[in-house]
Design a protein around this ligand. Structure first.
Ligand SMILES: Cc1cc2nc3c(=O)[nH]c(=O)nc-3n(C[C@H](O)[C@H](O)[C@H](O)COP(=O)(O)O)c2cc1C
Length: 214
């Protein structure tokens, strides 16, 4: 059978749970926390992996997975190379969307908002928690730039290992971004494609929530 015929026949019924008005919280960050706790408890692999969607200066959307490293009332934080493709997008257009898929729980969360760099102190604090190999990788990889061959990375890494024999400093081109949410949507799969969806929107600092048609 052709792959396209096979995937056309893949059909899963979503019946794991429901999302009802009674489950909502006034603040969507609290609901996010509950859902993240459930994802961690369910032992999902990297539940903090999310698709980060950005757009170029001329409006071409792009997306890639990054890891959520912290979240609270101030927003959602991830770390990356500020000079990467996504970094250049965010420089030109500091708006982004995060998408989580927790397939085993039949859940999706979409978070739209405005993105800003975290302070150097916050990036430094996180950088200190990284293993040395990851710290050196941040220096080694000119993320998103063309490489003629992989060996370039080996050469750079060897140089950096001798340049930083003890503590690896935080590169000034690497650090965190915080997305401040303006819209958060929670999706729970239901039977026969009649899913539950609730969208929160921030209006003058107050969250309003609306049920949406699936
Ligand atoms: C599971 C997973 C986790 C990832 N986590 C990160 C991350 O936290 N930060 C990061 O810069 N790239 C991360 N990446 C790599 C990105 O998806 C991407 O390849 C890289 O950031 C370059 O993207 P860009 O060229 O659009 O800037 C991760 C990839 C995967 C598959």
């Amino acid at each position: 059978m052709q792959t396209s015929d096979l995937i056309q026949g893949l059909r899963k019924s979503y019946e794991t749970g429901t999302l009802e008005e009674a489950n909502l919280r006034p603040d969507p960050i609290d609901l996010f926390r509950e859902w993240m706790d459930s994802a961690v408890e369910a032992k999902l692999e990297e539940p903090n992996a999310m698709t980060l969607c950005t757009a170029s200066a001329d409006g071409m959307p792009d997306g890639r997975i990054v890891l959520l490293r912290s979240f609270d009332e101030r927003g959602f934080v991830f770390f990356t190379n500020y000079e990467s493709r996504k970094g250049n997008h965010l420089l030109a257009n500091p708006r982004a969307t995060l998408v989580f898929l927790w397939h085993a729980l039949e859940r999706q969360i979409r978070i739209q908002g405005v993105v800003a760099r975290v302070s150097a102190a916050e990036s430094e604090a996180y950088f200190r928690t990284r293993p040395r190999g990851h710290q050196l990788a941040a220096w080694t990889s000119p993320q998103s730039q063309p490489l003629a061959q992989r060996e370039e990375l080996d050469v750079r890494l060897a140089e950096l290992e001798s340049r930083f024999p003890a503590e690896v400093p935080l590169p000034d081109f690497w650090g965190g971004y915080r997305l401040v949410p303006q819209r958060m949507e929670f999706w729970q799969g239901r039977k026969n494609r009649l899913h539950d969806r609730f969208a929160y929107t921030a209006e003058a600092g107050v969250w309003a929530v609306t049920r949406l048609a699936p």
